[in-house]
Design a protein around this ligand. Structure first.
Ligand code: DOR
Ligand code: ZN
Ligand code: ZN
Length: 386
């Protein structure tokens, strides 16, 4: 069979280093099968599963469970991220690690404890010894408090409790300093403020071993554009100002921000239709992220498609030590055919994720992955998961 690639892009299967697949424990929101189908529908052939499940992925058996469920699903490659928890010893991290033997690909906080500086420092010291990568979610829980969106003119106008930008950047500053002091390998998740970008830029100039990711929603939206009742824009870290958004785009262009990652955070309709203050944080984005970045950033000339592909495949492959991210002959063909003309209405009926919590619901997105291969096997064709 010949494939007509005229006017289309071919690139390596995308690698998403930040997804919440909710299994074990919250399978009403998503599970590993539905999440990996959503991944290949969106052009992702490798995804990293965050550790904040119920229970949290903090032992070897759970790491192996996530890996096994990923293999059973048989779509994207699923790599578990392990959790670092207060009171944990280095030996427990070792036991969970060694990816080649089925261990975790990196370590992150358990959703509660890495705001503890001592835990972070120990994890980074340990990372220095073993070469592990430590992911920080960069949130000061005290400063964030029970805020609902970014603190600023928009939160004041909407009468919603705000989360100050410093809730992120003080932890970015802290963790950069801890990485510098220990020599540990640090990865910063979902960077969303101008202050954070500036701190990372300066740390990289000093040679700190750090990479950082940015989410599509922070590159595309800002707090002033968010509707007060629309909980589909409620996300953590919250959408920033226009100034933040510009700084993030610039940071992605100049390499201060190394990667794009979705932070796919599926929730049920019941949860997301609660009043704003009671709805959970999170945007489900595996199926829309690439199209949204194409339409809102590449088409208007804000960023090049080459940079997008680099930041969503080569860069994560390198930093996380993964296969993929290349079309070198002989390597497994995790590959995408992307049609910039293909447009689609984002409808509940066509989404394969269990979640519908996307700001693009019932909107049209143009530019879609129309064929996706995992290890040479066609797993998505014309937007249908095979
Ligand atoms: O909005 C978010 N939701 N941000 C996160 O970092 C966590 C996620 C979740 O687990 O729902
Ligand atoms: Zn997070
Ligand atoms: Zn997350």
């Amino acid at each position: 069979d010949t494939i007509d690639g005229k006017g289309k892009f071919v690139f390596p299967g995308l690698i998403d280093v930040h997804t919440h697949l909710r299994e074990p424990g919250q399978e009403d929101k998503e599970d590993i099968l539905s999440g990996s189908r959503a991944a290949v529908r969106g052009g992702f052939t490798t995804i990293l599963a965050m550790a904040n499940t119920q229970p949290v992925i903090d032992n070897r058996a759970l790491v192996e469970f996530v890996r096994m469920q990923g293999e059973r699903a048989g779509y994207a490659h699923i790599h578990p991220i392990g959790a670092v928890t207060k009171g944990m010893q280095g030996a427990e991290l070792v036991e969970m690690s060694n990816m080649k033997e089925g261990g975790a690909v990196a370590f992150s906080d358990d959703g509660k404890n890495i705001h503890n500086a001592e835990v972070m420092r120990l994890a980074l010291e340990y990372a220095k010894l073993t070469g592990l990568l430590i992911i920080s979610h960069c949130e000061d829980k005290d400063l964030a408090g029970d805020g609902q969106m970014r603190r600023g003119v928009a939160s004041a106008r909407m009468g919603l409790k705000g989360i100050p930008a410093s809730a992120e950047s003080v932890i970015v500053a802290r963790d950069l300093q801890l990485a510098e002091e220990t020599g540990g390998r640090l990865h910063l998740a979902h960077i969303s403020t101008v202050e954070s970008v500036e701190l990372i830029r300066r740390a990289k100039e000093r040679g700190v071993d750090v990479t950082a990711e940015v989410n599509p929603h922070h590159l595309i939206f800002c707090d002033e554009e968010m509707g007060i009742t629309d909980t589909f824009f409620k996300v953590n870290p919250p959408l920033g100002s226009r100034v933040d958004r510009e700084a993030l785009i610039e940071g992605l262009r100049d390499g201060t921000l190394d990667m794009i990652a979705t932070d796919h955070a599926p929730h049920t309709q019941a949860e997301k239709t609660r009043p704003f203050a009671e709805a959970p944080f999170g945007i489900a984005s595996l199926e829309t992220a690439l199209s949204a970045v194409w339409q809102h950033l590449v088409v208007p000339g804000r960023i090049s498609m080459d940079r997008v592909i680099e930041a969503w495949s080569f860069s994560p492959a390198q930093r996380f030590g993964l296969q993929g991210g290349s079309l070198v002959p002989g390597s497994p063909a995790d590959m995408v055919l992307f049609d910039p003309e293909f447009s689609e209405v984002i409808e509940p009926a066509t989404l394969v994720s269990k979640a519908r919590n996307t700001p693009f619901l019932n909107k049209t997105l143009q530019g879609c992955p129309v064929m996706v291969w995992v290890e040479g096997r066609l797993v998505q064709k014309n937007r249908t998961v095979l």
